[in-house]
Design a protein around this ligand. Structure first.
Ligand SMILES: [Zn+2]
Ligand SMILES: [Zn+2]
Length: 97
C-alpha cells in the first residue's frame, strides 16, 4: 500500500492518502486561478483512494454550483477541489509533491 501524506503551510491541517495516485492535472480555469492566486492549479485526484484528514479540517468555499474548495482557515493554503464526481488535492500540499 502506498501512503502519501501532506498538509497546509502552518500544519493545522494534515491528510493521508492510501493507494496509487495516478490522475493529476493542471487546471487553468478562472476559478482555479483565483483560488490558487496563480495562473493554474496543479491537482491530484484522490478518487478511489482511501483519504483521511488526520489533523483539523479545511474550511470550504463554494466557488460554483458544483464545486467547493477547501483551504486552511489559519494560513490560507489551498487544499482541495471538491466536485460531485470526486475530490482532488492541491499537488503542492503533499509532503513529497
Ligand atoms: Zn494552515
Ligand atoms: Zn479549475
Amino acid at each position: 500500500m502506498t501512503t502519501h501524506t501532506g498538509g497546509c503551510q502552518c500544519g493545522a491541517i494534515r491528510f493521508r492518502a492510501e493507494g496509487v495516485l495516478k490522475d493529476s492535472s493542471i487546471c487553468h480555469c478562472r476559478m482555479c486561478q483565483k483560488a490558487f492566486g496563480a495562473y493554474y492549479a496543479p491537482l491530484v485526484s484522490v478518487r478511489g483512494v482511501e483519504f483521511h484528514w488526520t489533523r483539523g479540517q479545511p474550511k470550504r468555499f463554494q466557488s460554483s454550483n458544483h464545486v467547493k474548495r477547501g483551504f486552511c482557515g489559519d494560513c490560507g493554503t489551498p487544499l482541495t477541489y471538491e466536485a460531485p464526481d470526486g475530490m482532488a488535492i492541491a499537488a503542492g500540499a503533499f509532503d513529497d509533491p
